[in-house]
Design a binder for this molecule. Structure first.
Ligand SMILES: [Fe+2]
Length: 216
């Protein structure tokens, strides 16, 4: 006779990624170090949540009536995107960066197709970055139409178009710049961010069929 026994399975775990970002222009090493510590917290929290949820599911405790199960599940999007968007952010920065996408590149052409010109795209992206509130500004590509659009993402999980590829991710939470700038100087941080964009990484995200993720 078969006896049903709940199976306790092992959830996937994520590794904290490393980034070599010493010597950025206008974003200090101390700022990056503090920000990376915050990012590491998201990785830990994603792994902890997945482990707790796997335990509850394995014990047959997955229930809409369980406040604990509901609370853990509702936190997943925030923690996952806190991890993923920070990985995208750090990996689209580099020291000694080029000032803009290479002329004649696929990225420059795609920005011109969707926004009229690279300059018009940049003005719109930066304008979004100075809107009141905390969040992210992200240049996405719709993989179906290949159109590019700029989006404001409040918190980490609100406003992300499902299935779109993030090409350029800019963190405008105050923790991203307040070691180097005052709260009223977000514009200076955004200018510094643009002096450190790794355009080749952005271009590589454009040409990949699906979203590029760091794995180590
Ligand atoms: Fe951040």
């Amino acid at each position: 006779m078969n006896v049903y026994a709940p199976k306790i399975f092992a959830p996937n775990t994520y590794k904290e990624q490393t980034f070599n970002l010493h010597g950025l222009d206008g974003i200090s090493d101390a700022q990056i170090t503090e920000h990376l510590t915050l990012y590491a917290g998201y990785v830990k929290q994603v792994n902890a949540l997945n482990e707790e949820l796997a335990g509850m599911i394995g014990r047959g405790q997955a229930s809409a009536k369980s406040p604990e199960f509901g609370d853990l599940t509702r936190h997943l999007g925030f923690e996952y995107n806190g991890m993923i968007l920070h990985e995208c952010y750090f990996s689209n920065l580099r020291p000694a960066a080029d000032p803009k996408p290479a002329s004649g590149s696929g990225l420059a052409a795609a920005l011109a197709d969707s926004f009229g010109s690279v300059e018009q795209w940049q003005a719109a992206f930066q304008a979004i970055g100075t809107m009141r509130g905390i969040g992210w500004v992200i240049l996405f590509q719709d993989p179906t139409t290949e159109w590019l659009t700029n989006h404001w993402i409040s918190l980490h999980q609100e406003g992300v178009p499902a299935g779109f590829k993030p090409l350029l991710v800019m963190d405008v939470w105050e923790h991203a710049f307040m070691r180097d700038y005052h709260a009223t100087e977000r514009g200076k941080y955004i200018e510094a961010f643009f002096r450190n964009i790794d355009w080749r990484t952005v271009e590589s995200r454009l040409v990949e069929a699906s979203a590029v993720r760091l794995v180590s």
